[in-house]
Design a protein around this ligand. Structure first.
Ligand code: UD1
Ligand code: UDP
Length: 363
């Protein structure tokens, strides 16, 4: 056990989920300083995952809350810098591509603290997405880049990123494998709106590109209401607010419900006939669990899922015309695909091995 502290930073729903395994793996090797930025703060986007996945309370909760990109990122940057100043970690681990990822990575870099980027090398090549800018900046300043796939590692080499590159696999896979036996079947969930045994589609939508486009959102809701099977959509607050602002509600085959806990969500993805989503995490969970997925985006960072036949892209602008046909086609075919694109579910161990190599290299 090293005596120098390692900081692990996170702040949104999927980051708390991934931090559950990273914290456990890293705690065996370094004293930890854990930092939850508070970008997500509602019980159902934050505390429920601590409870279900046994995440220890963070040492620092930055309470940055919601805001426009600049204000939110600036609050993370300022408050993370204060924490690092006091705790003096030898390295800072950040996950993914959110404003929390960027703020914490910048704070560390400005203080000459090495940065470890988990989920490095992913690209959508859509520079209008805040996440694309965040991940490119963090990759450019990180000292260790942990790539979830071969293509992501190749991309980092092609871009000549200065940090050390490690092909680690995807820690979200570790979390799923660890917890799959605890997945809750929808029929055991009191909030589930359908009869036990009824076939269904599970949907999630939260991307700003969609929630901010009134016409595309209305068209998708129209299609979801008219699909041949019921659709259950646990609504992230961003889509909940966008729907309310446009007077769109449950109706026809479509049922909006509150966001689900992790055990309920992976149970729903496992048992669904089909998944319709714009979430990065949900796309991979459908891929690993063998449930056909349709992603309502023009591109995905998780291209392997499309190449292997698990995932079909439908552009939001054409969803009104295409989504129904694509759902019917995917429902009507029996499908199997290779599920090993993002490693074997041992990413947390590989990431901590890579961090230990970084520590040795830095002396
Ligand atoms: C953020 C990430 C996105 C990630 C997603 C995971 C950025 C730029 N985006 O998007 O990459 O996929 O998290 O879920 O970092 N809100 C609440 N309660 C909460 C949190 C948010 O009501 O606990 C509402 C607020 O109105 C807020 C809005 O949701 O303005 C959006 O939240 P925000 O964290 O800014 O972005 P997400 O869409 O969640
Ligand atoms: N998730 C959840 N409950 C929900 C919706 C999603 O537990 O109601 C989980 C999902 O299983 C996955 C993660 O949250 O593990 C994905 O988070 P999100 O879609 O918010 O963000 P993204 O992965 O797109 O960054």
């Amino acid at each position: 056990m090293s005596d120098r502290a390692l900081a692990i930073c996170y702040g949104t729903r999927p980051q708390v989920i991934k931090a559950s395994m990273l914290i456990e793996a890293a705690a065996a090797r370094w004293p930890l300083v854990t930092v939850d930025t508070g970008q997500h703060y509602d019980y159902e986007l934050n505390a429920v995952f601590y409870e279900q996945l046994g995440v220890p309370r963070p040492h620092h909760f930055l309470e940055v809350g919601s805001g426009r990109h600049a204000a939110q990122t600036a609050a993370v940057l300022t408050r993370a810098a204060e924490v690092f100043e006091g705790a003096k970690p030898w390295a800072v681990v950040v996950i993914g591509d959110t404003n929390s990822t960027l703020g914490c990575a910048l704070a560390a870099t400005q203080m000459r603290i090495p940065v470890v980027h988990v989920e490095a090398g992913l690209r959508s090549n859509d520079r209008a997405m805040a996440e694309e800018i965040n991940r490119r900046v963090v990759d450019a300043i990180a000292d260790l880049l942990c790539a979830p796939s071969r293509a992501a590692a190749d991309e980092l080499r092609r871009e000549h990123q200065p940090g050390m590159i490690a092909l680690t696999g995807d820690v979200a896979h570790d979390v799923l494998l660890r917890n799959l036996s605890r997945a809750r079947a929808p029929r055991d969930n009191e909030a589930w709106p359908l009869d036990a045994g009824e076939k269904f589609a599970i949907a999630t939508l939260h991307r700003a590109e969609l929630t901010g486009n009134a016409d595309a959102l209305a068209a998708i809701v129209g299609v979801l209401r008219a699909l041949p099977l019921p659709v259950v959509l646990p609504a992230h607050p961003r889509v909940r607010d966008a729907l309310a602002a446009r007077g769109l509600a449950s109706g026809g085959k479509l049922h909006f419900i509150a966001p689900l806990g992790y055990f309920e969500m992976i149970g729903a993805i496992r048992d669904a006939s089909i998944v319709i989503t714009d979430s990065g995490g949900v796309q991979r969970e459908a891929y690993w669990m063998g449930t056909p997925c349709i992603t309502v985006r023009t591109e995905t960072e998780w291209r392997e899922t499309v190449a292997l036949g698990a995932n079909t892209l439908v552009a939001p602008v054409s969803a009104g015309k295409e989504l129904q046909g694509v759902v019917e086609k995917r429902l009507g075919s029996v499908e199997e695909w290779d599920r090993s694109a993002y490693g074997a579910g041992d990413a947390a161990a590989r990431i901590t091995d890579a961090i230990a190599s970084l520590e040795r290299a830095l002396g």
